[in-house]
Design a protein around this ligand. Structure first.
Ligand code: ZN
Length: 393
């Protein structure tokens, strides 16, 4: 997704209408939800568990007649091209579907979703893309257009030959999703574990890889102190200035880290633990037994940025920090820096253990044969650093 700045008051007007219509559509869908009693089914590894006890499950209205009524209603108040109404309806359904999924998993409350961010998602039928001129024409009203061009942008060369997807309008910019049709040959896999002050990787080609995150930590630590001082003196505007600066520095660091990793490891799949699942997996168990992950480090943002720049895969974090990679024995306790398998005597620095288990999970998922030279690769190590203020990686 690449941004192109625009300054056109029509865009903001369109977004304002779009959001009103979107919330209206969500209202109408919400009012027409059919709450059905169901026996919820939970699928878990080929087993389907049906929970005894009925639950009220929301079914979204999807009949043709309902959709027609919804469309007609929204069209009453639409000064724009009709396709914008269809764009609104589609976005409303996707918001409701994702709310429904989260609700059934117990992650969302029974409250109607509210749209908070200002945006308008376009439809392909509202766009005319000229790949020769690198221009996109977006229909506002029949016969009235907004034009954006991606020629001579900083990313122009990078997206050469790629296809354009549905753009998103923001108040001051247009976000263009480019899709590459290139086929990327994967030559390397790296499994990453997030540790307290480092990102620890394992790759069957490179061995262990260690990315030092201390510069990020110390930067954040300094800002924490500065913010505390500003807060204690009641200097709100200065406090906010520090918040914004810290965020910028953090983003800058993570961007450089992600770019650096892509350059250092081309054609690589990066495997991460699914942090969303973390709470679910170790539920109930004492959280102190979890590997220490520094709360100061923005792991989710790091994962997100890397996934924007490289190919990433997620695996479940279950037992990755206490399984013996050689014999598969799951060890109960986790003490000391060194992991020692009680069954086969395998020894490894605990910080490196999870990354190799994450790799093994991934290769199992893909049906890779478990190669014998894995233990040989485990003797290799690569240290990687990311500088904070530009310069060499
Ligand atoms: Zn073992």
């Amino acid at each position: 997704m690449y941004p192109i700045p625009v300054s056109d008051p029509r865009v903001s007007e369109l977004i304002t209408w779009y959001l009103n219509a979107l919330q209206r559509a969500i209202d109408i869908i919400w009012e027409n939800i059919d709450w059905k009693y169901r026996f919820p089914r939970i699928e878990k590894r080929k087993q389907v568990v049906i929970i005894p006890g009925k639950l009220k499950v929301p079914e979204l209205p999807k009949s043709k007649s309902f959709k027609k009524k919804l469309r007609d209603e929204l069209l009453l108040n639409c000064p724009y091209a009709r396709h914008w109404v269809d764009a609104v309806i589609r976005t409303a359904y996707s918001i409701m579907e994702s709310w429904r999924k989260r609700y059934l998993k117990g992650r969302a409350r029974k409250v109607m979703p509210r749209v908070r961010r200002r945006f308008a998602r376009c439809k392909i039928t509202l766009m005319k893309v000229d790949y020769g001129e690198k221009k996109i024409r977006i229909t506002v009203r029949p016969g009235e257009y907004i034009e954006v061009s991606w020629s001579s942008r900083w990313f122009t060369r990078r997206v050469e030959g790629w296809r354009v997807g549905e753009v998103i309008l923001k108040d001051d910019r247009v976000l263009i999703p480019f899709k590459s049709t290139r086929i990327i040959k994967v030559r390397n896999v790296i499994a990453w574990d997030s540790n307290e002050l480092s990102l620890d990787g394992f790759s069957p080609r490179t061995g262990f890889i260690r990315v030092d995150l201390k510069p990020l930590q110390s930067m954040k630590f300094i800002y924490e102190k500065k913010k505390m001082v500003a807060q204690s003196k009641g200097l709100k505007s200065i406090y906010e200035k520090y918040v914004a600066r810290e965020r910028n520095r953090e983003r800058d660091f993570i961007n450089k880290l992600a770019t650096g990793l892509r350059k250092l490891f081309p054609n690589t799949i990066h495997v991460f633990e699914d942090l969303e699942k973390e709470g679910l997996v170790s539920k109930g168990k004492a959280s102190k037994s979890r590997r220490k992950r520094n709360a100061r480090t923005p792991w989710k943002l790091i994962h997100k940025k890397i996934s924007e720049k490289a190919i990433t895969v997620k695996v479940s974090p279950k037992n990755t920090s206490r399984t013996c990679p050689r014999c598969g024995c799951v060890v109960k306790t986790r003490v000391g820096r060194l992991f020692k398998c009680p069954r086969c005597e395998f020894k490894l620095d605990r910080q490196k253990l999870a990354s190799i288990n994450i790799y093994l999970k991934y290769s199992k998922m893909r049906g890779f044969p478990h190669s014998d030279d894995l233990e040989k690769t485990m003797k290799e190590e690569l240290w990687v650093g990311a500088t904070r203020a530009g310069g060499a990686r």
